[in-house]
Design a protein around this ligand. Sequence first.
Ligand code: HGY
Ligand code: MN
Ligand code: MN
Length: 418
Amino acid sequence: MASAAAGENLKINSERLWDSLMEMAKVGPGVAGGCNRQTLTDEDAEGRKLFQKWCEEAGMTMGVDAMGTMFMTREGTDPEALPVYVGSHLDTQPTGGKYDGVLGVLGALEAVRTMNDLGIKTKHPIVVTNWANEEGARFAPAMLASGVFAGKHTMDYAYARTDLEGKTYGEELERIGWKGNEEVGARKMHAYYELHIEQGPILEAEGKDIGVVTHCQGLWWLEFTLTGKEAHTGSTPMAMRTNAGLAMARILEMVQEVAMDHQPNAVGGVGQMQFNPNSRNVLPGTVVFTVDIRTPSIEKLTSMRSQIEERAAAICDEIGVGCSVEPVGHFDPVTFTPELVSNVRNAAEKLGYSHMDIVSGAGHDACWAAAVAPTTMIMCPCVDGLSHNEAEDITPEWAAAGTDVLMHAVLETAEIVE
Ligand code: HGY
Ligand code: MN
Ligand code: MN
């Protein structure tokens, strides 16, 4: 089949893409229509095998690194040329959606499938990538494997991360049989592209098909451990209590206040908390929770963190509760590579898709890829901006538009060979 000229408005096979998304969604199903395919679980292993099968059917060869990240290579014509990497993640939140991360991985696969259909050759190889443990839901921090790849975390730190049952990343990676032999970060990238659902309301509200992602907001995950005194919730007089639960409640309220004081474009909240001993009639001895704060402004990020830590210490002093804080996740605001951002914008223009520049609210593996290679992202809308919820939803048209733009931007960088 004649290879297509770069200028032609090539389109991917949207039915095939949608079928693959629906097929992958059956692996590690949730209880309300979404997915529970948490990293390094048996469900994750099953999803990896399905992805490997599809990629090998598309003529790609697999490499796996020691963090379990999967690299599926489509050869280029110039073996000396560094590859263009394109991907995202297949792991999900415990009550995740069908598209967060998955669209980026299977969209990249669909782009390769379409290149195969059209007999397109590229100078640079193309590597479709499934980053391990993007979510950080089971093993904090988020984007752990891409963080090791970018030299932000050591392998020892990563392997020692534990889930709520005390299992370590290293043990679980061995158990599911996906510990690869490649040195993490040894691969060099010519460029990295990532397609992702927006996970926010802007594109849908503005009626835009494509988000041209120029930046990603920065983040701190601050894990607080508050130490109170276990005591009977019934017979202990109020004046005699050292109540870590009360301190936690006041800190949560304060985090909300600090985030609102830093508007616009700042967020703060808590998603995970453990009471110990977590018994209905025992005041907690310890309360452990992680504060998640984010903003595109490095000044605001620094200011929010210091205000929250100072005010939390004062709250705990007043109640007589011990307070320790450990940062368990961080990246500064990211600026993506202008040349690649232009490729995305030009592709959307050429294909006739409405588009707007956008800053990513969520963190992505692209945030760490940007530390080691020219990098950018493409976003598609999601219904009501909802994500990290089993009701997460997109339309086949949004999925196809995002994947069309991804393919064109990748081809621009990978250079079609006539
Ligand atoms: O936390 C995040 O932003 C991403 O979903 N891991
Ligand atoms: Mn994601
Ligand atoms: Mn996510």
